[in-house]
Design a protein around this ligand. Structure first.
Ligand SMILES: Cc1cc2nc3c(=O)[nH]c(=O)nc-3n(C[C@H](O)[C@H](O)[C@H](O)COP(=O)(O)OP(=O)(O)OC[C@H]3O[C@@H](n4cnc5c(N)ncnc54)[C@H](O)[C@@H]3O)c2cc1C
Length: 345
């Protein structure tokens, strides 16, 4: 089915597969369509139907509430074309040249491990390697569940046939309930990716500030591993603020410990405990990791210099935390264009 995207640039026409969200078809074709979550919650991928028939895949998608549906507004991530159609997209849509384009794939769950009482990690083993940038995510789908969910890759390698994911249990959440119900080793998952622009570029001549709540740390681990492997910490500092409720909720601390040791202290990691007041300034088991009490963006606010210079910031986690962290960073002089974020809403 042909779909034409009109914007402030030349119109682009691409072919959609049967039942495929028009966003995914456009991204597969290399178009620079706007999106953040690609899963129906952020509303960034809105477009207006000028002609043709479009069906909404998930009528309860939260971001639909923000649209003027009577005027033909749709979410491209939740719309499939039922006839050839023309969509008007805000801004400019161009065809991107050389970067890795997202596509469909499948992988098997291997190596499931519990990181805390409500956080699981697993590997997804693909038949062929996937190239992705540190900080990117994939939309994963379980055959028995409707819709896809976004998860950030934790590992980093230029290309890898093993993708590492971490999932925080969400009360009543369909995919997390499915994953936590029993050992899912060997199960097949669908994947669309890689996606996301909140990525680390190793050539950037900047210090890093990373702020994450809970499983928001996933993409930030990938960014730090890439930064470490590319020698970034020999020239630049990085400050990581990782927010969890209590000491027992912290995970990947062994990884952070190794990264701090390997960075020759260019990397500082602070574990912010929102629901526990530790009397210790450092983690009892991993003394290279500092401890603080409070919400993660408030802890970062108190510890960052009044004026942060030459900084790229990465923020990921629950939407209120991300919004608070972005406001805080701007207050510390970080330009909004230098803040890359993923809202797990
Ligand atoms: C860019 C990004 C990266 C993320 N990375 C991580 C991560 O690394 N680890 C992590 O734990 N979480 C991550 N999340 C959050 C994650 O995508 C899920 O929202 C969360 O795991 C809860 O999923 P659930 O199925 O348990 O909950 P549910 O409440 O069942 O679903 C949550 C989300 O799934 C989608 N969805 C639900 N029902 C439907 C439907 N019928 N049709 C279509 N879509 C539907 C929607 O996007 C919804 O918001 C990320 C989110 C984003 C946007």
């Amino acid at each position: 089915m042909d779909v034409t995207f009109e914007s402030r640039a030349e119109p682009c026409t691409i072919g959609c597969r049967d039942g495929e969200p028009v966003l995914f078809a456009g991204l597969r074709a290399g178009l620079t369509l706007p999106y953040d979550c690609a899963t129906g919650t952020c509303g960034m991928c809105k477009a207006r139907v000028k002609s043709g028939e479009v069906e909404t895949l998930w009528p309860d998608a939260p971001a639909l509430a923000k649209l003027q549906r009577d005027k033909g507004d749709i979410l491209m991530c939740q719309a499939r074309a039922l006839s050839p159609c023309v969509l008007r997209v805000p801004g400019q849509v161009a065809c991107e040249g050389t970067r890795v384009l997202p596509d469909y794939d499948q992988g098997r769950i291997t190596s499931v491990r519990a990181l805390t009482s409500d956080v699981l990690a697993f590997d997804l083993t693909l038949a062929a390697p996937l190239a992705f940038a540190a900080g990117q995510f994939a939309v994963l789908s379980v055959p028995s569940l409707t819709g896809g969910r976004a998860y950030s890759m934790v590992n980093f390698a230029d290309t890898s046939s093993v993708l590492e994911f971490v999932v925080k249990k969400r009360a009543g959440g369909a995919l997390s309930d499915w994953l936590f119900a029993r050992d899912r080793t060997g199960e097949l998952l669908g994947l669309f990716g890689p996606l996301g622009r909140a990525t680390f570029r190793p050539g950037e001549d900047r210090n890093l500030v990373c702020i994450a709540g809970g499983s928001g740390i996933a993409g930030i681990v990938s960014i730090l591993e890439h930064a470490s492997a590319s020698g970034h910490f020999a020239r630049h500092g990085a400050r990581v603020f990782f927010g969890v409720r209590t000491l027992a909720d912290g995970f990947y601390l062994d990884r952070f410990d190794r990264l701090v040791a390997g960075s020759n202290w260019a990397l500082e990691v602070v574990l912010a405990l929102s629901h526990e007041n530790s009397s210790q300034p450092v983690h009892p088991e991993y003394p290279r990791i500092k401890l603080a009490h409070g919400f993660v963006h408030e802890v970062a606010d108190a510890r960052l210099p009044a004026a942060c210079e030459n900084v790229s910031a990465f923020v990921a986690g629950p939407p209120p935390m991300v919004d608070g962290a972005i406001r805080m960073l701007i207050g510390h002089g970080v330009a909004s264009a230098s803040i890359r974020y993923d809202k797990f809403g």
